[in-house]
Design a protein around this ligand. Sequence first.
Ligand SMILES: NC(=O)c1ccc[n+]([C@@H]2O[C@H](COP(=O)([O-])OP(=O)(O)OC[C@H]3O[C@@H](n4cnc5c(N)ncnc54)[C@H](OP(=O)(O)O)[C@@H]3O)[C@@H](O)[C@H]2O)c1
Length: 214
Amino acid sequence: MPGFTGWAGLTQIGAPKPGETIAVAAATGPVGATVGQIGKLLGCRAVGIAGGPEKCAYAVDELGFDACIDHKAPDFADQMAKASPDGIDVYFESVGGKVLDAVIPLLNPHARVPVCGLVSQYNATQLPAGPDRMNWLMGQILRKMIKVQGFIIFDSFGHLYPEFAKQMGAWVKSGKIKYREEIIDGLENAPEAFIGLLNGENFGKRVIRVGNKK
Ligand SMILES: NC(=O)c1ccc[n+]([C@@H]2O[C@H](COP(=O)([O-])OP(=O)(O)OC[C@H]3O[C@@H](n4cnc5c(N)ncnc54)[C@H](OP(=O)(O)O)[C@@H]3O)[C@@H](O)[C@H]2O)c1
């Protein structure tokens, strides 16, 4: 499902062209890793964003991202600008918050923003403290002619699943797309595992294994 989400959001809404720059956060997670690797297969520059040097090194060395920036770094926004010298054409939105803040000024005219998730906001109980920047954001969308489109994977693109399975199956089989799983045993550990995922404690797709170990 997350692989399908990355594939569909990127190809159907992001519609990247060779030579364009794609940015995606949670770059070592199942959605982000898929987006970055497909971006490379389509001839784009892929800039990942991840939490910590170990995840960033994996994104570049193993997944083939051109750059990966640690969102916990104090100069994160400056590093994002340096890693995107030609601006950003597709921002695959999965986290919101300060990553979105850093990316918006870098978006090129006619950029596309598939809105997949907002993980930094899932636990929020109230709106963030002001100033209210809603009108500034709408101004950016207007003046740069940016396309912003949310999607819910099976509602929006379920009809494309057979096409995805065929293309992704071939890519995985030939080693062009890699994936990483992190297995946690026991259904009783699922709540803690899920809370940890929202805090970035997972490295790869977090899977809960129930029943006997094989
Ligand atoms: N629209 C849909 O149909 C659909 C379907 C599936 C998934 N999604 C969404 O896609 C996104 C990725 O899903 P996934 O399963 O691939 O998750 P994931 O990458 O395995 O886990 C979430 C990651 O988000 C990052 N993160 C957490 N808090 C953050 C913050 N404040 N700022 C920046 N990054 C933060 C962490 O990675 P780092 O440690 O690297 O920061 C964490 O590991 C989620 O937003 C999810 O809800 C949407």
